[in-house]
Design a protein around this ligand. Structure first.
Ligand code: PMP
Ligand code: GLN
Length: 382
């Protein structure tokens, strides 16, 4: 008899990002779907990694991350958020932000625990919770600006609530958490045993002069949080799959127990290169204005299409509504536009457990100007 798997994730198919990128390749469409830049990353950073490889940094690096990288991350955090993070015990370098979130959840969850997740939300959260035997408690963000209804959070909290996952700047909506949101969160979790998993992979990609409300600004929240970051998203090298997690030393011990028998240690030359690169703050302080120009350029071009564009305060993404000109489902329209017009997008319904259809598509504007122009030329024909 051959063995059979009783699926731990029976409802899960292939992630929409892979589905739409495969379709984009099949139809040779302009890909404004999956979130990755099509412009070059920093040549200086490539040179630093090249030098690191030539200097012999090609073997396993410490399982918690190359120490000089952890040190420079800690210094950057102190400068930006006035938080003191111990690079030895409170930072672990991971193969990307998704892995950091998964590892944090795996370290804390037990069967029967509940985790509050906002929808629409990044598609790894729910399976990450379910694979650990815990239950996602889904709270809708309020359409059309996708803010959090904190009273709904208050109603959902109960003794089984183990964690709340937050994400700002937000994928897929481009909304951000404000200081008022953080105050509400502080109020809700004080005197509880609730953990926060904060997905901050778009940390510096925030626009209109707004300030990123990192958990790292709030010592009381930080004391109960796993804060997850991605070098790939920030430095235009998503394929590097490198990020890091911050948590108190006590919890980081548990995080590292899971990490050491999974990935163990991450790409060494890239960590060496990043440890030099991050010493120069212009490499991250100018990212917001760089991406904001792309957002503005794209939104301006999109005025010539039928889509009603939303605003994006951060991330790579902006939403476009189409209910006034088509009643097709988001998925059907996304597929038709890829096939018939040659532009791939992401249906926002993919960011809900039970498909919801507000007739909005997600566009990634983290692209060369010529790519955005080419896409919009095609979208104008709809
Ligand atoms: N969280 C969100 C909200 C994201 O959009 C992404 C992008 N993939 C990630 C986490 C993970 O980033 P990484 O590629 O570093 O795993
Ligand atoms: N975060 C990216 C997005 O939202 C894609 C990541 C992935 O492909 N898993 O498009």
């Amino acid at each position: 008899m051959i063995p059979s798997i009783q699926s731990k994730l029976p409802g899960v198919g292939t992630t929409i990002f892979t589905v739409m990128s495969s379709m984009a390749a099949e139809y040779k469409a302009v890909n404004l779907g999956q979130g990755f830049p099509d412009f070059s990353m920093s040549g200086d950073l490539i040179k630093l990694v090249d030098a690191a490889m030539k200097d012999g940094f090609n073997q396993y690096v410490h399982m918690n991350g190359y120490m000089p990288l952890r040190e420079v991350v800690s210094e950057k955090i102190e400068k930006l958020y006035q938080a003191k993070i111990n690079p030895e015990s409170e930072i672990t370098v991971t193969p990307g932000g998704t892995y950091a979130i998964y590892t944090a959840l795996t370290a804390i969850l037990r069967e029967g625990d509940e985790v509050i997740i906002f929808e629409p939300g990044y598609d790894s959260y729910i399976p990450n919770v379910e694979v650990n035997g815990a239950k996602p408690v889904l709270i809708p963000l309020q359409y059309p600006d996708y803010h959090i209804d904190w009273n709904a959070v208050r109603r959902a909290v109960n003794p089984r609530t183990k964690a709340i996952i937050i994400n700002s700047p937000h994928n897929p909506t481009g909304s951000i958490l404000r200081m008022e949101d953080m105050e509400q969160l502080r109020d809700i979790v004080k005197n509880t045993g609730i953990f926060i998993v904060s997905d901050e992979v778009y940390e510096h990609l925030i626009y209109d002069g707004l300030q990123h409300q990192s958990i790292l600004r709030y010592p009381d929240l930080l004391a109960r949080s796993f804060v997850c970051f991605s070098f790939g998203k920030i430095y235009h090298c998503t394929g590097w799959k490198l990020g890091y997690c911050i948590a108190t030393a006590e919890w980081m011990k548990e995080f590292r127990k899971v990490h050491q028998f999974n990935c163990f240690s991450c790409d060494s030359p890239k960590q060496v290169g990043l440890s030099e690169f991050l010493k120069q703050e212009e490499h991250y302080l100018n990212l917001g204005s760089f991406l904001q120009k792309k957002r503005d350029y794209f939104l301006d071009l999109m005025k010539e299409t039928k889509f009603k564009m939303h605003h994006s305060y951060g991330s790579y993404f902006v939403l476009g509504s189409y209910g006034h000109f088509s009643q097709e489902s988001e998925k059907d329209l996304a597929i038709r536009i890829t096939r018939d017009y040659g532009v791939a997008t992401i249906p926002v319904s993919a960011f809900y457990k039970k498909e919801k259809d507000d007739k909005v598509l997600r566009f990634c504007f983290s692209k060369k100007e010529e790519t955005l122009e080419k896409a919009v030329e095609k979208l104008k024909k709809i």
